[in-house]
Design a protein around this ligand. Structure first.
Ligand code: MTE
Ligand code: MO
Length: 552
């Protein structure tokens, strides 16, 4: 295969027009490297998407998002939100810029590869004739192996904290190995395809090079372009498929309005997720592990859990981003066991401070051990009588009544008992610190500015009220901007940790603009604070107000 290096000058160097020939030579070399780099980069992305789709191995783009989003301050985070049009905007811009970044780096590396290989071949008749394995020179392979190795080591070091992600639900340690291996596979595919494409484009026949080898390069280029087009079509299909399944369609789904039911139907339950593609757990690889300060660490399969004596618990969840009067809140009846039951079965050791819930999407949140032992802190595997839907945490999620939805970790894979306090995904960003649900009351009907008539039909005012785990004692409505208050009827009230539904028939007696307010009194007797506070950093407070125009 190897042709001895005679050190004979190439015709290129003897040519009287050597200067310009050399330039076109270099231009085609770098052009070839450029095209081969792009092609190999797309091939790498394709491998990543297939690994993501089939095995739930996170793509580098997703990992970079998870690695850096929590390190942003809330100010920076909201600047991004403003700039890119909300959470979905950030997801879109974030993922596409990392993808573009990977193509750019891959392309540049292709150009460097070409330069390195051709420098090595100077003084030889042609790259192909002096080639080593698979027609690629030793120098070429060394460059590629170094590139892949360095890129991989850097990636692993950088993404170390988030490697334990597995969208199929492998427990964190196994997930970390799978992710590291997946990244290696993707990089190796780049490293194999780059020299192959490059050689395809620049390979000259072993017989003396034809006078015009640019036609040959042209033919190769067509071949590579064809392969590139194939790649583009394949990745285009995958991207469309991903977009269809992406959380962009349902992240931020709200539940509110006059048709509200006491128990939210599963497919209308509000949804919040950090992910672009939510986990799609394979039951056979999924486990719920109990680790840390326990006598008997163990893993539960879903059927292990289903074998336990389960109870039902109605619990309302509400996001920390639920603004006054907003709909990031829903109520369901959950089936499972209180968390303390699993912790006691594992045998708690001394010195436990926090309990951490880690999930398949590498989301993590923590609660103090006292809260973990609260009889209502729950491990759920059914939601309103059905398996928990994918977007709500299939197969198993945590419920932490009294705390914002952030703590109710979905797709949970590991519960760790810690001897120190630790911050969760959003707390690290600066949310919190209490995550305690503030008392809220909301008008669901009417929803917006509306009209009524003096002496006409009474106006049915109704809505929900919620006070975390403190219960709602009563709901009060004012129709005169807070001058006087009337007690509303509680049409639905089930438990301390669920919302209530209230209503009041209002007969307007005077014409003009009426300022309506609703407020709740929680189970400790405390009236909901009037003080307006935004959702950042620890949840919104203030009364929900509504204006009704009354005509004669
Ligand atoms: N694993 C995981 N759990 C998670 C999240 C997440 O992104 N990943 N989001 C949290 C947030 S911010 C909220 S408000 C609730 C929303 O739960 P839901 O979508 O079932 O309403 O889930 C919490 N649990
Ligand atoms: Mo949330």
């Amino acid at each position: 295969m190897n042709t001895p290096d005679t050190g004979a000058p190439t015709p290129l160097h003897r040519d009287p027009q050597s200067q310009s020939r050399r330039w076109t030579g270099w231009a085609s070399v770098l052009g070839g490297g450029f095209l081969a780099g792009i092609g190999a980069a797309f091939a790498m992305l394709l491998v990543m998407s297939v690994l993501r789709r089939v095995f739930g191995i996170p793509s580098v783009a997703e990992l970079i998002g998870d690695r850096f989003i929590p390190t942003l301050s809330l100010d920076q985070f909201f600047q991004l939100i403003d700039r890119f049009g909300g959470g979905n905007g950030i997801k879109r811009v974030g993922i596409s810029s990392v993808l573009v970044g990977q193509v750019v780096v891959g392309t540049l590396a292709g150009v460097v590869y070409a330069a390195v290989v051709e420098r090595g071949e100077r003084g030889r008749r042609s790259a192909s004739q002096t080639s080593g394995r698979f027609g690629v020179s030793r120098r070429g392979w060394i460059f590629v192996a170094t590139l892949v190795g360095v890129a991989w080591i850097l990636s692993i070091a950088l993404l170390w904290p988030v490697l334990g992600t597995s969208y199929r639900g492998l427990p964190p340690t196994r997930a970390a190995f799978a992710t590291a291996f997946g990244i290696l596979l993707a990089y190796v595919s780049y490293g194999l395809i780059l020299p192959t494409f490059y050689r395809l484009m620049t390979h000259r026949e072993v017989t003396p090079a034809p006078a015009d080898d640019s036609t040959l390069i042209g033919r190769r280029a067509v071949l590579v372009a064809g392969a590139g087009a194939g790649l583009a079509i394949a990745s285009g299909g995958l991207i469309r498929n991903m977009y269809d399944r992406s959380t962009l369609h349902y992240d931020g789904t709200r539940y509110l309005g006059e048709n509200l039911e006491p128990i939210t139907p599963n497919d209308e339950f509000y949804t919040v997720t950090k992910n672009i593609l939510d986990p799609d757990i394979t039951q056979s690889v999924w486990q719920l592990q109990i680790r840390g300060l326990v006598e008997r660490p163990r893993g539960y399969s879903l059927s292990d859990l289903q074998g336990l004596e389960a109870v039902e618990q109605e619990t309302t969840l509400s996001c920390i981003s639920n603004g006054v009067g907003d709909g990031l809140i829903s109520n369901a009846v959950w089936t499972g066991v209180p968390l303390h039951q699993l912790l006691e079965a594992a045998g708690m050791r001394d010195g436990i401070v926090d309990v951490a819930f880690q999930a398949a999407d590498n989301y993590v949140d923590t609660i103090p051990i006292e809260k973990a032992l609260d009889p209502t802190t729950f491990v759920a595997w059914r939601m309103n009588g059905e398996s928990i839907p994918k977007r709500h945490g299939y197969p198993v999620r945590i419920l932490v009544p009294g705390r914002f939805g952030e703590k109710s970790v979905k797709w949970v894979t590991r519960i760790t008992l810690l001897d120190h306090a630790e911050k969760g995904f959003y707390a690290r960003q600066g949310w919190g610190p209490t995550f305690t649900i503030n008392t809220l009351a909301r008008f669901d009907a009417p929803r917006s500015r509306s009209t009524a008539q003096v002496g006409g039909e009474p106006v049915l005012l109704k809505g929900v009220a919620f006070a975390g785990d403190r219960g709602v004692e009563r709901v009060e409505v004012s129709t005169d901007d807070g001058e006087t208050w009337q007690e509303a009827t509680l049409d639905y009230q089930s438990s301390r940790i669920a919302w209530v539904m209230w209503s009041l028939d209002w007969q307007p007696e005077a014409e003009g603009e009426h300022k309506l307010i609703v407020r709740a009194v929680d189970g400790t007797g405390e009236t909901q604070t009037e003080q307006r506070r935004g959702i950042v950093p620890d949840g919104a407070t203030g009364w929900h107000r509504l204006t009704v125009n009354v005509t004669a």
